[in-house]
Design a protein around this ligand. Sequence first.
Ligand code: TYD
Ligand code: MG
Length: 451
Amino acid sequence: MKKGEKTVFTCQVCGAKMPKWMGRCPGCGEWDSIVEEKQIPDYDLKSKIDIQYPEPLTKISTEKIPRIKTEIEEFDRILGGGIVKGSMILLGGDPGIGKSTIVLQVMGSLTQKGHRCLYISGEESPQQIKMRAERLGLKDESLYILSETCMDGIIPLCDNFKPEFIVIDSIQTMFTQSLSSTPGSIGQIRDVASLLLQWTKKNDVSCFLVGHVTKEGAIAGPRVLEHLVDTVLYFEGERNSIFRILRAVKNRFGSTNEIGVFHMSQDGLKEVKNPSSIFLKERPEKSPGSAIVSCIEGTRPLLVEVQALVNSTTFGMPRRTAMGIDHNRISLLVAVISRRMGIEMGDQDIYVNVAGGLKIYETAADLGIAGAMISSFLDKPIVQDTVMFGEIGLAGEVRGVNQPDIRVKEAIKLGFKRCILSKGNLESCKHINSAQLLGVSSISELIDHLF
Ligand code: TYD
Ligand code: MG
């Protein structure tokens, strides 16, 4: 430490400062939020570095941002058309879901196009990576592998090596010697990421950061990581299902919520080009409790099957289990159905599942979820080839959703003949005549069209 330099410990949540490190902040009670910070005592503002002069908005060139295609179409699409030069992409997901596999495939594809790529792993040895690469059929010479965890060594190495793309697998294993805390701690993750960010922006190098996910689903480490990077991608899907869904949660260079669908095969992740038909492939025919919903994920329509099982409770407390849908949404819909339709499901166990491991965040699925639950409760299958979408409000009203015509067209493309939607959406679908469009304005009208 230089003379006069001072170290303080700051809580990253409430900003409290203290003279020594503590496990828990005495100010706000947060655990593991205290980070060591060095203060330079006589910092002189006058010696500030030269920065660019502001430009008038009209003078800024709007030339297209250069993108590099990975030639893995689904991957390019979720990024908004390819990797933007100099961008930093965070890839999160559960262990074993395929993060290392997809980044290695992307690097393989980029090296084939003649780019110089560096894959830095803090988790696996070069031999292990080689074994994976062999499975994926990669044998390009310009893909370089490094097993290293010390950032203070990696940065100077990159200065010499001059890669065009870097992968850090994973950010939680990396550390910098300027902090005494262990790799994976909040301070380390933050410092390592900002070191990298500075370097990649200066050298216009694109970088992938692989990040672990905590039980709650957030990327382990500070939220600050999500703020730092340009794009956040999350891997969704059950580990025992073969489908893997890659979702752009944040994207400075494209639309968010864009998804790419892959399936895990013997030799890597393969793109699923028409996910709607895949998700519907194993759908049971004429079975109560199954409803098809037309969703929009990012810019693409997607048909999914929502399944519900409503069964009388054997124990006192009824169970509510939701997979792929927000648990609270189910409770809300059960309450609305009971109040507005007189269908009493309060004393029933309810299980709702989205087939294929997809997660639906859209309220447009409400109508389908309600339909599936009612169908299971009454033990009657919904009329075949029916698709539905619409948001349900607390008064039982069915509200319109965005892009109804795209949703209907996707359903028709897959052979659906009937579509239940809100009356409000009917207008924008007027020109479509190859399917029967059934408009409903309240949930009580839904039952007329289900069976
Ligand atoms: P991996 O990319 O190591 O997961 P992560 O980095 O997210 O922890 O993927 C691991 C799983 O994928 C593992 O269970 C094996 C399986 N796998 C295949 O089925 N086929 C393949 O070609 C590869 C490379 C992995
Ligand atoms: Mg891995």
